[in-house]
Design a protein around this ligand. Structure first.
Ligand code: NAI
Ligand code: MG
Length: 498
């Protein structure tokens, strides 16, 4: 089998990556004003994949001006909701038609297995567009019954929040970008998207499809560049009404501060340290498989990765052994090889960071139960790792690692209060997973867990299901009705009937 047979869109993806890339501002591809570019690397080899334009403050100014103009342009502000929906449906069809190319591009830029991109990231992005397109025609206010003296007619209107800066990370670059762009456009906002400096390729390709879909100029703008430059300029800009961000807790904090100038609305989707709880009555085989998938998928680079495993002592050895076997059998390799199950992590820096956590945990007394698979040469590869004997104060157990590193713990009795307290003993609160066949235990525990999403016996991400964090995992929700509400302001209109 040739590489091109395994990865159908590879040739187009490579050709696209090799092209000259600008910034997309006001409906035009433009040169970055300072004329600078930066290289992005293929994480499987470390070789330069492409060069993207380095957007700086003055490019951000131009993008914000274009977006503001779009919010004054009746072609956008007066566009019928059904036409906004149609444009998004059209974009979904175009993305679907180019699924192979997008998946190959994601695989080259991010490192993830082609199959994962082709059968998860790209179809999920398509579904996000279609789901949010459906909302465009359903953004109604309500009529309100007032109790004051006189006769009144009062109602609310749902209006777009305005110009939105959208800053996304590198772990699922296309899906994350679309999760932000789709509801914002459905709501009638104008957008400036800034992809992560590690992975700008699919956002660039998406901008071409958006340009072809027929959105008025300035409704969607793309500024590639670095977080501390283009990103920081966007979050501080007085012309930006809202920032939506997915990334580190540290940058989330900086964004809150930067947003104070003009009281920007802020939605933050930050880190996690998701507990996976295996109850005594769980289906052990399914729980083991689920626990392994939850931490090893995308090489653990998922905000919601199940990085803390709590297993009832009756099954502890069996589950740990099972997950360790998966780790050791995992085929690690470049994303475009047919037999690869786990690709590289995003960068040498992330690899070193992950390895630092593992070494730190072992030095502090943790036991290495599995450190699996052979590492294939160059590239930023990390072995899937299982640790037991960690204590609550160890960094490996407390902090978000964003790598394929699992800390496994056992618990003795099935006291739900105690299980929840251990699971909740983290600054984060993004997700939690429960494996049980006891309906009462499932619902009772779901209520006690401080997490934005609780999954029982599997269950995944869906455009209709609100997603976001309690505690330091963020502010607000993406997806579902709440996800689109985050791009709307409520206006109350009260009229006295004289
Ligand atoms: P990061 O938070 O620095 O980067 C995410 C995005 O924020 C990128 O687009 C970046 O350009 C931008 N950014 C960086 N600094 C900024 C600033 N001052 N102002 C505005 N935008 C800025 O994350 P990084 O450094 O790539 O990864 C570090 C750790 O963060 C990871 O190990 C992981 O623990 C966590 N992380 C969590 C993610 C999640 O999905 N919740 C995604 C990516 C990283
Ligand atoms: Mg950073």
């Amino acid at each position: 089998m040739t590489e091109a047979e395994i990865v159908p869109g590879l040739e187009q993806a490579r050709a696209f990556a090799a092209a000259k890339h600008g910034l997309f501002i006001g409906g035009q591809w433009v040169e970055p004003l300072a004329g600078e570019r930066f290289a992005t690397r293929d994480p499987a080899t470390g070789a330069v994949l492409a060069k993207a334009a380095r957007g700086l403050t003055e490019d951000v100014d131009a993008a914000v001006a274009a977006a503001r103009k779009a919010m004054d342009n009746p072609a956008w502000t007066e566009m019928k909701p059904s036409v906004r929906a149609l444009l998004l449906f059209r974009l979904a069809d175009a993305l679907e038609a180019h699924a192979d190319e997008f998946a190959a591009l994601e695989c080259l830029d991010n490192g993830k297995p082609f199959r994962d991109a082709r059968f998860f990231d790209v179809p999920y992005a398509v579904e996000l567009l279609r789901y949010n397109a459906g909302w465009a025609t359903k953004l109604n206010g309500e009529s309100i019954a007032l109790s004051g003296p006189g006769t009144w007619h009062a109602y609310t209107l749902k209006e777009p929040v305005g110009v939105v800066a959208q800053i996304v990370p590198w772990n699922a670059p296309l899906a994350m970008a679309v999760a932000k762009v789709a509801p914002a456009l459905a709501a009638g906002c104008a957008v400036i998207l800034k992809p992560a400096e590690e992975t700008p390729m699919t956002a660039l390709r998406l901008a071409h499809l958006i340009a072809e879909a027929g959105f008025p100029e300035g409704v969607f703008n793309l500024v590639t560049g670095f977080g501390e430059q283009a990103g920081a300029a966007l979050t501080a800009h007085p012309g930006v009404d809202k920032v939506t961000f997915t990334g580190s807790t540290e940058v989330g904090r900086m964004i809150i501060k930067a947003a104070t100038g003009n009281f920007k609305r802020v939605t933050l989707e930050l880190g996690g340290k998701t507990p996976v709880i295996v109850m005594p009555d769980a289906d052990v085989a399914k729980a083991t498989e689920g626990a392994a998938r939850s931490i090893f998928a995308n090489a653990g680079q998922i905000c919601n990765a199940g990085s803390r495993l709590f297993v009832h002592e009756r099954h502890f050895e069996q589950v740990v052994e099972g997950v360790a076997k998966v780790a050791e059998a995992t085929k690690i390799g470049p994303g475009f090889a047919a037999d690869t199950q786990m690709g590289p992590v995003i960068s040498a820096q992330q690899r070193d960071r992950i390895e630092g956590y593992i070494k730190g945990g072992v030095a502090a007394g943790a036991t290495l139960r599995a450190s699996g698979g052979d590492l294939p040469g160059e590239g930023y590869f990390v072995k899937p790792t299982v640790l037991t004997g960690t204590s609550a104060d160890m960094a490996v157990r407390r902090e978000e690692i964003f790598g394929p590193v699992l800390c496994a713990m056992s618990f003795g009795d099935a006291d739900l209060e105690k299980i929840a307290a251990d699971a909740n003993a983290t600054d984060y609160g993004l997700g939690a997973v429960i494996w049980t066949n006891d309906l009462s235990a499932a619902h009772r525990l779901a209520k006690k867990l401080k997490a934005g999403t609780v999954r029982v016996n599997g269950g995944g991400l869906d455009p209709a299901l609100p997603f976001g964090g309690f505690k330091q995992s963020g502010w607000g929700r993406e997806n579902g009705r709440e996800g689109i509400d985050a791009y709307l302001e409520t206006k109350s209109v009260a009229m006295a009937l004289l």
